[in-house]
Design a protein. Structure first.
Length: 256
C-alpha cells in the first residue's frame, strides 16, 4: 500500500504551473499525496487559488493570508480584502510572517500586518502558517508580545534546529514544515531533523519552489513529497511508513 501524505504548503496556482495544474494534482495523488494545502499570497492571486480548491474538494485546501513579500503601504486594505473569504473552507491563516531578505524598507508595515493577522487567527481560532526569512529577532519579539493569544501553527520551510523548536513552544503549540531544503548538501536543518521530535514535524514542498534532491534545479511539485519523507526516515533511522503516518497525523491534528 502506498503511504499517505499531506503536503502542508504548496502553490498549485503559481504561474510556473500554468496550463498543467491538473497534471500536477494527478501526479501528486498517484504518489500518495492525498491533501495539499494552498498558501495564500495576496488579493491578486486569491481568486484563482480558491477556484482551484473549489474544483478539488477534499484534496486542495486554502489558507488565507498576506505574504510578507506582498506587504506594502496598502496592507490594511489587503487584510480587509481577506475578510469576505473567511467562510470559504480555510484551514489556516497563511502564509504570513516577516521577510527582510531584500531589505527592511517595509519593516514597519510587515510587523503591523503580521501582528494584525496573528490576532485575526486567534479570533477565528485558526492555526497560522509562518514565513520567516532573515528576521528572527523581530519574529521572536512579536511571538513574545503575542504569547497571550495562545497561538498554534507551523514554521514553513523551517531551517533551524531542535533548540529553536523547543523555544517556540513557549508561545503556543508549534510545529515545523520540513521541505526540500533539508535534502540539500550541508543544509543545517538536514542534520537537525535527527533531533526534532517526530510529533513536531510536518511535510511540505513549497512547490514550485525548493525542489528536493535529486531534482534540485527543476520545478518542484507535490509528487516529490515522498522524497522528503524518505530523507527524514533515513535521518531518524525509521521507516518511510512511520514518517508518513506520523506527519499525516500531525497535519490532521493541526489543520483539520
Amino acid at each position: 500500500m502506498t503511504p499517505a501524505y499531506i503536503d502542508t504548503h504548496c502553490h498549485i496556482t503559481d504561474e510556473a504551473f500554468a496550463g498543467c495544474e491538473e497534471d500536477i494534482i494527478a501526479r501528486a495523488r498517484a504518489a500518495g499525496v492525498y491533501r495539499m494545502l494552498q498558501a495564500d499570497i495576496s488579493s491578486a492571486e486569491r481568486p484563482a487559488m480558491f477556484a482551484r480548491c473549489a474544483a478539488h474538494p477534499g484534496v486542495l485546501f486554502p489558507m488565507l493570508g498576506l505574504y510578507p513579500g506582498a506587504v506594502g503601504k496598502d496592507w490594511r486594505d489587503e487584510i480587509d480584502a481577506m475578510l469576505p473569504w473567511r467562510d470559504k473552507g480555510i484551514v489556516a491563516i497563511g502564509e504570513i510572517g516577516l521577510d527582510y531578505h531584500y531589505g527592511k524598507d517595509s519593516r514597519s508595515e510587515q510587523l503591523e500586518a503580521f501582528r494584525t493577522q496573528l490576532e485575526l487567527a486567534a479570533s477565528w481560532n485558526l492555526p497560522v502558517n509562518i514565513h520567516l526569512r532573515e528576521a528572527t529577532e523581530d519574529f521572536l519579539q512579536v511571538m513574545e508580545d503575542c504569547r497571550h493569544l495562545h497561538l498554534r501553527g507551523n514554521l514553513h520551510a523551517f531551517g533551524g534546529d531542535a533548540g529553536f523548536v523547543r523555544r517556540m513552544q513557549r508561545y503556543g503549540d508549534w510545529l515545523v514544515g520540513i521541505g526540500g531544503v533539508a535534502t540539500f548538501k550541508n543544509a543545517r536543518v538536514g542534520a537537525a531533523v535527527r533531533d526534532i521530535p517526530m510529533d513536531r514535524i510536518l511535510l511540505e514542498t513549497d512547490a514550485p519552489y525548493l525542489t528536493p534532491v535529486p531534482h534540485r534545479g527543476e520545478r518542484n511539485e507535490s509528487a516529490y513529497l515522498p522524497l522528503i519523507a524518505a530523507f527524514i526516515a533515513r535521518q531518524k533511522e525509521t521507516s518511510l511508513e512511520e514518517v508518513a503516518e506520523e506527519t499525516t497525523k500531525n497535519a490532521l491534528k493541526l489543520f483539520f
